[in-house]
Design a protein around this ligand. Structure first.
Ligand code: AMP
Ligand code: MN
Ligand code: MN
Ligand code: MN
Length: 310
């Protein structure tokens, strides 16, 4: 199991834990390096840093940006970004504004399908009204007993061809990669196995990503099967991309994978964290940069500067 998790959500986007709760849960689950990667917003990072200092977790500044590539929605994770970088902040603010408008259109579509009140219902689940997402609509549909669980919502509603779906134009693919890089961060193609692309489109997505300056892809994620870990490890090698790993945790009961449950990267992958001071500094040498695994857990307890419980 890896103590590094580079993809997670809080109530600042569509997660169920506040940033502080998320950090405490991460620490309790044995995660020592966590990236908070809320959708299209960096507002949770300040609170998360305070909690991380207390809990003994190394927090990586992150964000998950919604972009459009060839008329499809794709997610780009930014790691080690500067959340104060003005062009990044402006880009994210524009995406959030688009979300508000999209939500009104989604509610109108649901109303036509005989489901009233979904706009207010969804916003009731959005602790941060700046980020209103399909997840919040999904929670409302489950609350009303219209659908039995969140997973089923994304089969019967809110997806192409189903009630409540609204086509949407997100940020430009290359712009988002540019904001991340210009802020000092690393652009990571999120859960590439989830886009339901054929071989050819997948290859052109990865090639375009690389061409635009993308540096890493998620190989291990809660969204991939074990076969996909191996498949994307091969893509990473073929395209000379670094490999990332993250649970995409949103909350207990809603996520496929809890924090602290990530397997190690397949052998041969070059981890996106290979040269990060959080992991390569002397205090962290007990963590193998190859696998993300603590080589000597007993020694880690002795030497760790992040140990909080005596
Ligand atoms: P949005 O950004 O508003 O389009 O909402 C996308 C979010 O919906 C994702 O970040 C996931 O949290 C959630 N989501 C999408 N598909 C599924 C699914 N099949 N099961 C559970 N959650 C999903
Ligand atoms: Mn989400
Ligand atoms: Mn995503
Ligand atoms: Mn995510």
């Amino acid at each position: 199991m890896s103590p590094i998790d580079l993809h997670s959500h809080s109530t600042v986007s569509d997660g169920l834990f506040t940033p502080s709760e998320l950090i405490r849960h991460a620490a309790a689950q044995g995660v020592r390096v966590l990236a908070l990667t809320d959708h299209d917003d960096v507002a949770g990072l300040e609170e998360a840093h305070e909690a991380a200092a207390e809990a003994g977790v190394a927090l990586v500044n992150g964000v998950e940006i919604s972009v459009t590539w060839n008329n499809r929605s794709v997610h780009i994770v930014g790691l080690r970004i500067d959340p104060a970088y003005a062009p990044l902040r402006a880009g994210l603010a524009a995406i959030r504004a688009g979300r508000g408008e999209r939500a009104r259109l989604m509610a109108a579509e649901l109303e036509k399908a005989g489901i009233p009140g979904s706009l207010e219902g969804a916003y009731a689940y959005a602790a941060n009204p700046g980020i209103i997402s399909r997840t919040h609509f999904a929670r409302f549909l489950v609350e009303k007993g219209i659908v039995k669980d969140i997973r089923t919502v994304f089969k019967k509603y809110l997806v192409k061809g189903k009630p409540g779906y609204v086509a949407h134009r997100w940020a430009d693919f290359a712009d988002a990669i540019g904001w991340i890089q210009a802020s000092g961060g690393i652009a990571v193609l999120a859960h590439p196995g989830r886009y339901d692309l054929g071989r050819t489109n997948l290859a052109s997505l990865i090639a375009d990503f690389k061409e635009a300056g993308g540096e890493a892809i998620e190989v291990v994620t809660g969204s991939h099967t074990a076969d996909q870990f191996a498949q994307f490890a091969r893509y990473a090698k073929e395209y000379d991309l670094l490999a990332s790993s993250g649970s995409d945790f949103h909350g207990l009961g809603e996520s496929r994978m809890d924090l602290g449950r990530l397997p190690n990267l397949p052998s041969g992958c070059k981890p996106v964290w290979h040269n990060w001071p959080e992991i390569s500094s002397p205090e962290f040498q007990v963590l193998s940069p190859e696998s993300g695994l603590a080589r000597h857990p007993a020694r880690m307890a002795q030497h760790s500067p992040l140990r909080t419980q005596d």
